[in-house]
Design a protein around this ligand. Structure first.
Ligand code: 6R9
Length: 650
């Protein structure tokens, strides 16, 4: 196995892959001049892209930019659910499959655009019946079942703001999000299936909503008797019972102003408290829809499968809003790639004839580990384009994906973007751009990115620095929910007038961008963003812990793994049991994805004389590197004892 991206391997990478003649012959975008024209007049470019949506009142202004606040198409009116569902019922796609859903235990369901539309309308009536009004927040904590996109689209239809919380988050994380979003309604399921086991969602909800504004809980029955969830009279309502009593009449889409909030999605940052990223209606949808055509080359007969969970931004944009706005067929899979066995993903591709496949490097590295004979025993010939997202992809994983999944035939779109950017920002247009394994290539048309040094000066080709986005774009976050100052400081406080995403990047001689990963205190574990501070806060919340420092160290499958350095309170004895207890405590406070891979007990943490924890040194220790400068340490001997301990562990 290889190490994930590091600059040395990337700089040695010189393989290139031109789009094939066969792919170019059918590609949606083949005119290279789009880059030039979009960069000369980005507003005209985006206005033209906005014309792919249906507006109930056309916009007359394109952009109002009062840094860091942008408004796009602000006097336009539309409805996102109408654009993603209803208009396709009217334009000849009525009986086309919108969502092909596959449950983990093997059940499946196909919802045509017409069927999806009727379900969304019933759910919209239900929300209104429960007293939800335009602008209210609805928290959705569901497994990957059809009721999840249906709930989101029902919110969009009535103008309510959804905030989806990934089902892997703990009760405590869910509670924080409910309180921050100030939501009165929550939609959940009795439980979810995951890798043959059961995730007790409703039990988590029962704990989470104590002392929150939640008044009603709608419960989808997914698992049934084994879920052990109890319903509370007057508070909990069963989805299927309630929805049956709703009018079967179409629900008129609420006219929404372009800038009205579509959703809030929480993501990790450099402090202990997750940020509620706020997305607009029109700008977000324009971005999502555009990238379906430009980056994913979507066609009417494609079957598009994005393997992300809808609880993350990738699932929002590329399982729901992007593909449905384009009238595409999406595959939605409920479970794990190895349930019931390691053939599951390839079985799904074969079963439904998936033509575009979008997954994360961490999954690709897992498939590599499982061996290429597994995908080889399947007919993957329907695939024509493949994507990756979530973290830097190491060239070896890229090559494996290219050879063993794409059979050398499918272009790979490595898409760099974030919860905050709404849609893919740096990615090849597959019919135009030659790809290089490990590079996300160039910004898509209409997006202006650069790599700058710490003073904000652009670096010359052949150098690295901070990735920045220099101009506003339609699907950019509008603010951090309830904390505009944090929005301003986090994203625009570093380099004046420019958006700073927190990633480092290298610019090569051909101006290709090679993303090097986060340069702030955010880890990327299997493509999930987790703040070091979040895990530290969870650890110090345990009575045995005095102090904790958390870092992400290189890991060959996950990209990064969490290592925690912990000092215990006076009188506490360290033991393997305590270690397990602390790991579990983090799971209870945040969720399973934040479980530290290892915990090291230490008498002291390495600190500077101004008492700042030196994470860089901790990372060097955990990755077995020669230590950098230790002269600023208050007590240099701390590091030696930690190093010894780490070596012992191995
Ligand atoms: C979409 C998504 C965002 C962070 C981002 C960066 C990393 C995402 C990447 C990538 C290298 C890619 N990231 N895509 N790094 N190459 N193609 O993942 O959003 O969960 O908010 O994470 O993920 O570090 O800053 P989100």
């Amino acid at each position: 196995m290889t190490e994930p991206n590091n600059l040395d391997t990337l700089l040695k990478e010189n393989r290139t892959f031109e789009p094939s003649a066969a792919f170019i012959a059918q590609a949606t975008v083949t005119d290279e001049s789009v880059y030039q024209s979009a960069s000369e007049d980005p507003q005209a470019y985006w206005a033209q892209q906005a014309s792919y949506l249906s507006w109930s009142k056309p916009f007359s202004t394109i952009l109002e930019w009062d840094p860091p606040h942008a408004k796009w198409f602000s006097d336009g009116v539309l409805n996102v659910a109408y654009n993603t569902v209803d208009r396709h019922r009217e334009n000849g796609r009525k009986n086309k499959a919108a969502i092909i859903w596959e449950g983990e235990p093997g059940d499946s369901k196909i919802l045509t655009y017409d069927m999806l539309g009727r379900e969304v309308d019933k759910a919209a009536h239900m929300l209104i019946h429960l007293g939800v009004k335009k602008g209210d927040r609805v928290v959705i904590y569901l497994p990957m079942i059809p009721e999840l996109p249906i709930s989101m689209l029902a919110c969009a239809k009535i103008g309510a703001i959804h905030t989806v919380v990934f089902g892997g988050f703990s009760a405590s994380s869910l509670k924080d999000r409910i309180i921050d979003a100030d939501a009165r309604l929550l939609i959940t399921a009795d439980a979810g299936f995951r890798r043959g086991g059961i995730v007790p969602l409703k039990q988590n909800v029962d704990q989470a909503i104590i002392d929150t504004p939640i008044e009603k809980v709608v419960v989808v029955q997914r698992v049934g008797a084994d879920a052990h969830s109890t319903m509370i009279d007057g508070r909990d309502l069963l989805w299927h019972k309630l929805i049956e009593t709703m009018p079967k009449t179409p629900f008129a889409p609420e006219p929404m102003h372009a800038e009205d909030t579509l959703f809030i999605l929480y993501t990790s940052g450099t402090t202990g408290k997750p940020k509620g990223i706020v997305h607009s209606s029109a700008g977000y949808l324009v971005g999502a829809n555009t990238s379906m055509r430009t980056v994913f080359d979507i066609k009417d007969d494609d079957v598009f499968w994005c393997t992300a969970d809808i609880g993350w931004i990738t699932g929002h944009t590329y399982l729901v809003y992007g593909p449905l706005s384009a009238g595409a067929t999406v595959v939605m899979y409920e479970g794990a790639p190895d349930a019931p066995d390691r053939h599951r993903f390839w079985n799904i591709i074969e079963k439904y004839g998936v033509s575009i496949f979008y997954t994360a490097p961490t999954s690709i590295r897992t498939f590599m580990k499982w061996g290429h004979d597994i995908p080889q025993s399947h007919d993957l010939s329907t695939l024509r384009l493949m994507g990756t997202v979530g973290e830097p992809i190491n060239p070896e994983a890229w090559m494996w994906y290219h050879e063993h999944i794409g059979h050398g035939r499918c272009p790979i779109v490595d898409t760099w973007w974030q919860t905050e950017t709404g849609c893919a920002m740096i990615a090849p247009l597959p019919g135009l751009i030659k790809t290089k394994p490990g590079s996300a290539t160039k910004a898509v048309p209409g997006i202006a990115v650069d790599v700058v040094d710490d003073n904000g000066t652009p670096v010359t080709p052949g150098h690295g620095g901070n990735l920045v986005i220099t101009k506003p774009w339609p699907s950019m976050l509008r603010t951090v929910w309830g904390d505009d100052e944090r929005f301003r400081k986090t994203y625009f406080g570093q380099f004046s007038g420019m958006y700073f995403p927190g990633d480092g990047a290298h610019l090569d001689e051909e101006k290709y961008i090679w993303i090097l990963g986060r340069i702030d205190d955010v880890m990327n574990v299997s493509g999930h963003r987790i703040g070091t501070m979040e895990v530290e806060s969870a650890l110090v919340d345990h009575p045995a812990v005095a102090e904790a420092a958390v870092i992400g160290r290189a890991h060959d499958v996950k990209g990064q793994a969490i290592t925690a350095f912990v000092t215990v309170r006076d009188g506490v004895k360290t033991s393997p049991e305590l270690m397990t207890e602390l790991k579990n405590h983090v799971v209870v406070k945040i969720g399973a994805m934040a479980r530290p891979e290892e915990i090291l007990f230490t008498a002291e943490l390495p600190k500077t004389r101004s008492a700042k924890i030196m994470r860089r040194l901790l990372r060097d220790i955990a990755e077995g590197r020669a230590l950098g400068d230790t002269t600023t340490l208050a007590d240099p001997s701390v590091v030696d004892s930690l190093k010894l301990q780490y070596q012992d562990k191995e």
